[in-house]
Every structure is written in structure tokens, then in C-alpha cells.
Design a protein around this ligand. Structure first.
Ligand code: APR
Length: 314
């Protein structure tokens, strides 16, 4: 029997993720959105690509959750993008309400699933989804680090004119400005990057990676990145479905690791059939530890705003 993957949010990121997962051929997918007919139309279009791409897997579109029942993995991309005049907190609380409502339905129909959080602001949404689900921490984690790392690896490979496959990198902390690239663990064909380029060049590439999402937004004018995000989702979903035990950067709920307790933060994790099977704790320098703590502090601020809003609503 094929695995079953649900993706909630049939926008650019969600639909492209379903397209990529469908192309793998070994998982049936369900695409869910609130917009009437949109997921059904996109799903049918993808299904009709099956004979050409050689995928017998099923793709279903729906505006409700019955079709998602018994999913192995659920990816949550549902949300709205920040609109002009909207504050950061407005966006936070709107997407909090959306992801809470989505999670309730997901848990009802797939009580044993593994949830991959994608909606931004990622770290805070991951925390909200984890709390709303009542799942153990291994079954709710977030995608951001794979994307940030992919951007960093792309820029390094371009700079050195080497294969992207030979560039290994680690990015910890929050998604975006708070990102903590672990330059010491960044290698090209196993060679530390410090042997391959100057510190100034590394710093420039780190800076470009931090602003990677914004660079795409500025070029697209409308909407944000989705090709690299959907590829990153697919890598994480595949690691779960094939029990690959991959070591990837992921957003995980920390219980004392790295000296952080009770917060979802980007760290290296082992991803397999159990979801986020292990937080890989590595030794950080004082500067790296400080940067990670600063990143955790900004997640904490958002978590406080969400907590106050939830208490106020009661
Ligand atoms: N249930 C299901 N779908 C919803 C809900 C909901 N309650 N609310 C909104 N959506 C859907 C929207 O209808 C839209 O189709 O979520 C989709 C979001 O798609 P886009 O606006 O195209 O956004 P996208 O670029 O796909 O990004 C989705 O991923 O990377 C993050 O920052 C990004 O938070 C954003 C998310």
C-alpha cells in the first residue's frame, strides 16, 4: 500500500510540494484548501500528469478533511502572506488562528500522523501546531533549516564553481534574520570552507542567505519563494516515508538541549519514520551559543504574544 501525505494550503508552496511528492510515485497525496474548487482543480491537473511522468499515485483535492483520514504525514502550509499595513503581530495572530483550526481537523482525522509545519513565522507556528495537536514533540516539527541551508549551499557552490552536491552546510536558529550559520561545520567535499574562501566572502554569502527569502520576494513582486521551499519539504517528507534517518536542520521543540527549554528552534535533527527522532546536540562556540539564544529569544517573544492573545480570547 502506498503512503498517504496531506498538504494543507493549495497555494504556491503547498501545490508545488504535492507536485514534487506525486512525482516520487510512492505516496498518495491530498491537497486541502478553503478556497472552493482550487485544490480539486490543481489535484486533477497533477493527476493527469501521471501517465507522462510515470506516477500511479493518487492526487485528491478537497475543501474538507474526510479525504485526509489516515495520513502518514501532514504538511501545513495554510496561511496568509503579510499584506501592506499589516503588523507582524497581526500576521502572527492570523496565521496562529489558521494553523490552530487546521491542526484540530488534521488531528481528528489522522491521530497518528507526523506533522511538518511550514507556515510562517515558522518557529512560532511550529510551536502553535505542536501545542494545538497535543502530539509528542517527535511528531511535530518544522521546515526552514533545509531551505536556508540550500540557499547557503547554492551560493557557496556558485562562488567556488563546484557541484552543489559537494557542499555541506548547517544553519541553526530561526528562519530569516535570526539564522545562525555554523561556518565551522560547512565543508566542500569534506574540506572546511575556511580553506576554500576568505572570511569576508563567507560573511557576504551568509548575509545573502539571511536575506534569501526577501531577495526572491523583491524579484517576484507578488508572492514569495516556493520552488526551493517545496523541494525542502519533499526532502523531509521523503526522509520520513523511507525512514532514512537523515540528519537535517529542522525546527524542533527543545527540552533542555542547547540550554533551551520549551521552545521550537532550528537545530540539527534526525528524521525518520518516527518523525523528528532525535535532536543532535553539538558543541557550540560561545558566539554560536549566544546567537542561538538570541534567536530563541525572538521565538519566545512571538510565543508570548500568542499566549496573551489566547488568554484574552478565553
Ligand atoms: N485552511 C486551508 N487553507 C488555507 C486556510 C485554512 N484555514 N487559510 C488560508 N489557506 C490557504 C489559502 O487559501 C492559500 O491557498 O493557504 C494558501 C496559502 O498559499 P499562498 O498564499 O500561495 O502562500 P504560499 O506561497 O504557498 O506560502 C504558504 O508557506 O513558506 C510559507 O511564508 C509562507 O506562510 C506561507 C506559507
Amino acid at each position: 500500500m502506498r503512503s498517504k501525505v496531506t498538504v494543507v494550503g493549495a497555494g504556491n508552496v503547498g501545490a508545488t510540494a504535492v507536485q514534487r511528492i506525486h512525482q516520487l510515485g510512492y505516496a498518495d497525496t491530498v491537497l486541502v484548501d478553503v478556497v472552493e474548487d482550487l485544490p480539486q482543480g490543481k489535484a486533477l491537473d497533477m493527476l493527469e500528469s501521471g501517465p507522462v511522468i510515470g506516477s500511479d499515485a493518487m492526487v485528491t483535492g478537497s475543501n474538507s478533511y474526510e479525504e485526509t483520514a489516515g495520513s502518514d504525514v501532514v504538511v501545513i502550509t495554510a496561511g496568509i502572506a503579510r499584506r501592506p499595513g499589516m503588523s507582524r503581530d497581526d500576521l502572527l495572530l492570523t496565521n496562529m488562528n489558521i494553523t490552530s483550526a487546521v491542526t484540530e481537523q488534521v488531528v481528528k482525522y489522522s491521530p497518528d500522523c507526523i506533522i511538518l509545519a511550514v507556515t510562517n513565522p515558522l518557529d512560532a507556528m511550529c510551536q502553535n501546531i505542536l501545542e494545538s495537536s497535543g502530539f509528542p514533540r517527535n511528531r511535530v516539527f518544522g521546515m526552514a533549516g533545509v531551505l536556508d541551508t540550500a540557499r547557503f549551499r547554492t551560493f557557496i557552490a556558485q562562488e567556488l564553481n563546484v557541484s552543489v552536491e559537494d557542499v555541506q552546510a548547517y544553519v541553526l536558529g530561526g528562519h530569516g534574520d535570526d539564522m545562525v550559520p555554523l561556518v565551522r561545520y560547512t565543508t566542500v567535499g569534506g574540506i572546511p570552507i575556511s580553506e576554500m574562501m576568505s572570511e569576508e566572502t563567507v560573511d557576504a554569502l551568509v548575509q545573502r542567505t539571511r536575506q534569501g527569502g526577501g531577495e526572491i520576494v523583491a524579484l517576484l513582486k507578488a508572492g514569495s519563494a516556493y520552488y526551493a521551499p517545496s523541494a525542502s519539504i519533499t526532502q523531509m517528507v521523503e526522509a520520513i516515508l523511507l525512514d532514512k534517518k537523515r540528519i537535517l536542520p529542522g525546527c524542533a521543540y527543545l527540552e533542555g538541549e542547547f540550554g533551551i527549554n520549551g521552545l521550537c528552534v532550528g537545530v540539527p535533527v534526525k528524521v525518520g519514520a518516527g518523525g523528528m527522532e532525535q535532536v543532535i546536540e553539538i558543541k557550540l562556540t560561545d558566539d554560536e551559543q549566544k546567537a542561538l539564544e538570541a534567536s530563541a529569544a525572538s521565538v519566545q517573544e512571538l510565543v508570548e504574544v500568542m499566549k496573551n492573545a489566547k488568554e484574552g480570547a478565553q
